[in-house]
Design a protein around this ligand. Structure first.
Ligand code: UD1
Length: 462
């Protein structure tokens, strides 16, 4: 099918943005056991507004600590990982003011120490961003070893290699990473592999080091560029973000800024595949189509239509999908964070598909759950061979991690009958109001917390 470009004026008015004040929900982390219950089989139709990019926001919030002046940040998604980061920042003395649900003011002037002890930080991968930010500004930082999704061993040797090249000493003690430098200086750093986290972390520290830093084999992901733009708006001097060589000239201090986070390409892609598997017709608003090109290209191969507008994308799916092959790669390749979502779609496609995961070694843990719904997938090492089936049947499944959890929701939307997805706190780490957004597209999905609520849903949907 042909990919078309149409002006956004051709679309209806943007969805109304909701700015609801909500209490900090991280304090309830894991306290309520909730599930999604889904009655599948309804084609998704309508418009959905995509939120700010979680992975950009995590790094940008950390970087906001690098000035004593107040930083104003918009388009922050209200998800668990972000709230954990904000809580950790308050824990070290940063002043965080929620202007509304998606906007915060951050002031790091009152930062009391560089020891991040927040319990919730152990659970999120991006806790390491405070390491680069604090090391850059204060020349010392102590952060819990990162947690995050269980999708394989996730070393941070490249981050530490970068810090060491800049003159820092690093060690691990009692579950913390400690980085200190008498003087942080510029360095020429070759990353052994393309790492988003290491690129951003080194970029942050180097922004306030003495002299020039060059990062070779840098990650080119949109959120690397977003963090560079944010730092530059604070007075940093970063050139080349978005290419594989980034050049940073250290500055003495950073200043106030106002900044809006880019749209979340993974949330967008998740809705694109949800439209594809349900035979839907969905417009995604507040996206940057360029960032979605790898996903759009695969949807075309699957037989969908993809229409690109200035800041929106429409996906139209006409029934059964076609098989294809996909290999995850660093940007601009197909993102590993979209691998479970495309695999679910291919599991319903005609013919056999091959999915190769080249970034993380343990990212097929959802396959056993999907098998409970009737999928036929054989995993060998980092390759999944998928024989498409005509339909899934609803089952009780458990989200093994953030993106795989979202993929199981997609599977439930396409399945015949009722699907229950357990452990949705993983999904809530990165998706804001997933159930509400899907309901607005016509899906029958509810968040439930008891057997009684499950029965009520079943009675309602018949
Ligand atoms: C980020 C994203 C995550 C995404 C991933 C790849 C955040 C918070 N998370 O994770 O959602 O799936 O990029 O796009 O932004 N590696 C090392 N040593 C290092 C660093 C990385 O061996 O020091 C390896 C990793 O194990 C992995 C690969 O490099 O195999 C890429 O990892 P990286 O890009 O660093 O991922 P994260 O930044 O952790």
């Amino acid at each position: 099918m042909e990919k078309q470009r149409i002006k956004s004026a051709d679309l209806a008015q943007p969805l109304h943005r909701r700015f609801l004040q909500e209490p900090n929900r991280t304090k309830n982390w894991g306290a309520i056991v909730e599930q999604y219950i889904i009655k599948g089989g309804i084609p998704l139709e309508g418009e959905v507004e995509i939120g700010g990019a979680k992975n950009a926001a995590l790094a940008i919030l950390a970087a906001a600590n690098m000035t004593d002046e107040t930083v104003y940040i918009e388009n922050i998604p209200d998800v668990r990982d972000i709230n954990a980061m904000l809580e950790a920042m308050e824990g070290i003395g940063t002043k965080v003011e929620r202007v509304d649900r998606h906007t915060v003011k951050v002031n790091g002037a009152g930062l009391e120490n560089c020891i991040v002890e927040s319990e919730s930080m152990k659970r999120i991968r991006a806790s390491y961003y405070l390491l680069g930010a604090l090391l850059g500004k204060y020349k010392k930082a102590q952060v819990p070893l990162p947690g995050g999704c269980n999708i394989g061993s996730r070393p941070i040797d490249q981050h530490l290699k970068g810090f060491k090249a800049m003159g820092a000493v690093t060690r691990i003690e009692h579950g913390f990473i400690i980085a200190e430098a008498e003087e942080l200086h510029g360095a020429h750093i070759f990353l052994d592999m393309v790492s988003v986290g290491a690129t951003i972390n080194i970029m942050m520290a180097a922004s306030m080091a003495d002299g020039n830093t060059i990062i070779e084999n840098a990650a080119k992901e949109p959120h690397v560029v977003d963090v560079a733009n944010f730092l530059n708006s604070m007075g940093a001097s970063i050139k080349g973000a978005g290419t594989d060589v980034i050049r940073i000239k250290g500055v003495k201090s950073l200043h106030r800024t106002e900044y809006s986070i880019i749209p979340d390409q993974i949330e967008a892609g998740t809705f694109m595949f949800a439209a594809a598997v349900t035979g839907g017709n969905v417009v995604l608003r507040n996206v940057i189509p360029k960032h979605l090109e790898a996903t759009s290209a695969k949807l075309l191969e699957l037989g969908c239509e993809v229409h690109e507008y200035d800041d929106a994308v429409r996906v139209i799916s006409h029934g059964r999908l076609q098989n294809t092959h996909v290999k995850t790669m660093p940007y601009p390749g197909f993102p590993t964070d979209m691998q479970p979502q495309i695999a679910v779609s291919l599991a319903l496609a005609e013919g056999t598909s091959i999915v190769t995961e080249s970034i993380f070694e343990n990212r097929f843990r959802y396959v056993d759950e999907l098998a409970r719904m009737g999928a036929s997938v054989k995993v060998e090492g980092n390759v999944a061979v998928i024989s498409g089936v005509e339909k899934f049947t609803g089952a009780r499944v458990s989200a093994p991690d953030l993106r795989a959890g979202a993929a199981l929701v997609i599977a439930g939307l396409a399945a015949e009958g009722i699907t229950i997805v357990d452990d949705i706190y993983y999904i809530e780490r990165g998706y804001e109001n997933l159930d509400q957004k899907l309901r607005a597209l016509g899906a029958q999905i509810e968040k439930v917390a008891s057997e009684k609520e499950i029965q009520k849903f079943k009675l309602k949907v018949g």
